[in-house]
Design a binder for this molecule. Structure first.
Ligand code: ADP
Ligand code: MG
Length: 728
């Protein structure tokens, strides 16, 4: 019944922004609930402090004895801040974060109790978490997965719980989470980059990957949200007619932030400050009720943790403001979806951003090496990158509206394109002193100037160079950034490793000078990776044609895209770079296929329910009103009644027509689902859901949306798009 819809609207209209008091400066709040340097110095012995630092910076092991000191320090600090519980905080492959709280409280006999938190509890736990997806790595009967402390990401206090970031692995050491492969990939990119940096600067001993994510989301009033079963269960609207006004006027983008949303953002930002999440930017996005939040970039592992924590926090803070946060990539048809741009770069321990040109010819050549190698890596592994961002929800976004297409390409701007074109002409073999000077001064040397006024922006590219970093734009808003970061850092690591090998070979075997060798290899890479570079409009149909000609992949659906995750090339890559073994790779592939099938299955069920139990009965009720009306007209006008009831009869017929289609399609969809469920093989099942079940969604929706336009607004049971998007 429409009662819920109207109640929800009334509730929403009566809401007031929550008052937010800000007494302390943000800089003072920053990191207050984090076990950071300052706190460690205060609560740890010198030895324990040094031990954590070494573990964090150099990856050294922490001894059990020292771990006991650290845990005691952590406990004292936490208790001083009102904390009662601790948890190992990890990121299983469900996509959400996981926590299982234990109290510090322990009994010691004789009716006495103390607060205790030992080194063992800090370092390792064995949560009975047998229900997390494991893709066959860990059978439930051997329910032994354990979590192990990751000292590179500091412990923090969330509510009244001390959270310790951990990896989650099987007892055989295989990764069951997002963090483990990420840490391995970061290790790989560190070694490979550091080795290449030595060509340019002997002082570099460590390279970190940096990540600055941009999180897009929608805010919907919780009452309105509760009035839509589709939003509640699948995170997106499965039907709903487009409102007369959507985003055509671009009046939301960068507009003044609605006051309830602003109060929410301020509240959220304050919590972020306490947790040390350096959020900086907030603004309205393109679609109505769509917003974005971005931090200052950080080391990639920490940035990934912070994004996961943020998503959890956003939900929690939302409750205080009667908001539901929609992270789905496409909650509403016809308007922009949400993404999570991953801004990525590499940075040395000497403070150099490797994707930012410098003040000397050597620094510029170093920039060029990392820049060209990244493009080459993307070229060689474009299908894997595409696979990385594949999910049932992101399928709606890639290729629609503002999102980048399902084709991976790199945009670098016209001026850097000119530079690469020049470098393509470099002599094969040894360079003359004249040529080298010319290159260094007039080609490579020009790069800093070029980038200073790099106003060249292309928002349609999936992987764009933006002056001092690459921006991987195709990542979905629901995604854990670890996936994209694992792949990107692994392929770049592999590429840099190959680069080093090739350059060394030229130096050793051909007796070339270092610079000559570097120019020679880069020239080859530029030539070989040309097809991945695209400067035009990524949304245009012409690009689809052109990309096909170039031999670039264009996988529109998740099951298709995911194939690249288990290709021989991928398995070899992960093995060589020690990021994942074959079993881990295959397990993930299976989990993702399974996730895909389940999501489509859930959506199919909800859509069937709504269409049959909400839409059709409402339409029949309205049809009965019309029939009653026609009967009355007949009574009054007798023979002449047709003249007066022509339109009503037309609507009665139209309603019957739509109902017939809906009912038939729902039946067929159920059959297709049953058939899909019988398929044992996870990949075949995912394809069945994709090819045989999903196509009914659009059909059913089409008729439901037509009915929405025909039926009396007073009795329409589902909160309409206009109401969801414009009631504040
Ligand atoms: P936009 O892409 O919207 O123009 P910015 O260019 O200001 O925004 O940056 C977007 C994000 O990129 C921010 O989160 C910022 O911290 C991040 N970023 C900037 N420099 C780097 C870098 N070297 N490595 C990783 N992320 C970076
Ligand atoms: Mg951006």
């Amino acid at each position: 019944m429409a009662i819920l819809r109207f109640q929800a609207l009334k509730e929403t209209l009566n809401r007031k922004p929550v008052k937010i008091e800000e007494t302390d400066r943000r800089s003072e709040l920053f990191g207050r609930n984090v076990f950071n340097e300052t706190v460690m110095r205060q609560f740890l012995t010198k030895e324990a402090y040094q031990s954590v630092r070494d573990a964090s910076l150099k990856g050294t092991k922490i001894s059990r004895g020292v771990a006991d000191h650290i845990s005691t320090g952590m406990k004292e600090w936490a208790i001083s801040k009102g904390v009662t519980h601790y948890t190992h905080w990890f990121q299983p492959l469900t996509g959400a974060t996981a926590e299982k709280h234990d109290a510090f409280f322990e009994t010691i006999g004789d009716g006495l109790a103390i607060e205790k938190f030992g080194g063992t509890q800090l370092v390792q736990q064995e949560p009975d978490a047998s229900s997390f997806p494991h893709g066959g790595i860990r059978n439930t009967f051997e329910a032994r997965g354990y979590t192990a402390w990751d000292p590179t990401s500091p412990a923090f206090i969330y509510g009244t719980t001390l959270c310790i970031p951990t990896v989650y692995v099987s007892y055989t050491g295989e990764a069951l989470d997002y963090k483990t492969p990420l840490l391995r990939a970061l290790q790989a990119v560190d070694s490979a980059s550091t080795a290449v940096c030595k060509y340019f600067d002997k002082n570099v001993t460590k390279v970190i990957a940096t990540l600055g994510w941009e999180q897009e989301y929608f805010l919907i009033d919780s009452a309105l949200y509760a009035s839509r079963p589709d939003l509640q269960l699948s995170g997106r609207t499965l039907l709903g007619h487009s409102p007369a006004k959507g985003q055509q006027l671009d009046d939301h983008y960068f507009g003044s932030i609605p006051s309830r949303a602003l109060a929410y953002m301020r509240d959220l930002e304050i919590e972020c400050m306490l947790l040390g999440i350096p959020v900086k930017t907030r603004h309205n996005e393109v679609a109505p009720n769509q917003f974005e939040l971005a931090p200052i970039f950080e080391e990639a592992n920490l940035a990934v943790d912070h994004n996961s924590l943020l998503m959890d926090l956003m939900d929690k803070i939302g409750e205080r403001h009667n908001f539901k946060v929609l992270f789905h990539e496409k909650p509403f048809a016809g308007i922009n979806g949400s993404g999570k741009h991953n801004n990525w770069s590499l940075s040395t321990d000497t403070g150099t951003n490797l994707l930012s040109p410098g003040s000397t010819p050597m620094k510029n050549l170093q920039f060029l090496a990392f820049f060209v190698n990244t493009i080459k890596a993307v070229h060689d592994h474009e299908e894997l990158l595409r696979a990385t961002i594949a999910s049932a929800s992101n399928d709606h976004r890639l290729g629609a509206n503002e999102a980048p297409p399902a084709i991976i390409s790199a945009f670098i701007g016209s001026q850097l394109t000119d530079v690469l074109n020049e470098l393509e002409k470099v002599t094969d073999g040894k360079l003359s002193p004249q040529e080298k000077t010319d290159l260094k001064l007039n080609v490579v040397g020009k790069i800093p100037e070029i980038l200073l006024d790099n106003t060249d922006r292309n928002r349609t590219s999936s992987f764009a160079f933006t002056g001092n970093k690459f921006e991987f734009r195709a990542v979905g808003s629901t995604a854990n950034c670890a996936n994209a970061m694992t792949v990107l850092n692994t392929i770049v690591a592999k590429q840099l490793k190959d680069f080093k090998k090739s350059v060394d070979a030229l130096i050793k075997d051909k007796g070339m000078k270092k610079d000559d060798a570097i120019f020679n290899i880069l020239r080859d890479y530029i030539k070989k990776s040309k097809k991945i570079r695209f400067e035009g409009d990524g949304y245009a149909d012409a690009w689809q044609v052109e990309a096909e000609k170039r031999g670039l992949s264009n996988h529109k659906t998740t099951p298709q895209a995911l194939k690249a995750k288990v290709s021989k090339q991928t398995i070899d890559l992960y093995k060589e770079m020690k990021v994942m073994n074959k079993r881990e790779v295959e397990a993930r592939h299976e989990i993702e296929l399974e996730d895909y099938s389940m999501r489509i299955q859930i959506e199919g069920r909800i859509l069937g329910d709504i269409a049959r139990n909400h839409v059709i009965p409402t339409c029949i009720r309205y049809q009965n009103v019309l029939i009653e009306n026609v009967r009355g007209l007949k009574e009054i006008f007798e023979e002449n009644f047709k003249k007066h009831s022509k339109e009503q009869i037309g609507i009665i017929e139209a309603i019957s027509g739509h109902i017939e289609h809906i009912n038939a399609d729902v039946s067929k969809m159920i059959e297709a689902r049953k058939a899909a469920n019988k398929i044992e093989d996870a990949e075949k099942r995912a394809f069945a859901y994709c090819d045989n079940v999903k196509p009914f969604f659009e059909e059913i929706r089409y008729h439901c949306d037509k009915l929405e336009l025909l039926v009396d607004d007073e009795i329409w049971p589902l909160t309409k798009y206009r109401e969801l998007l414009f009631t504040r």
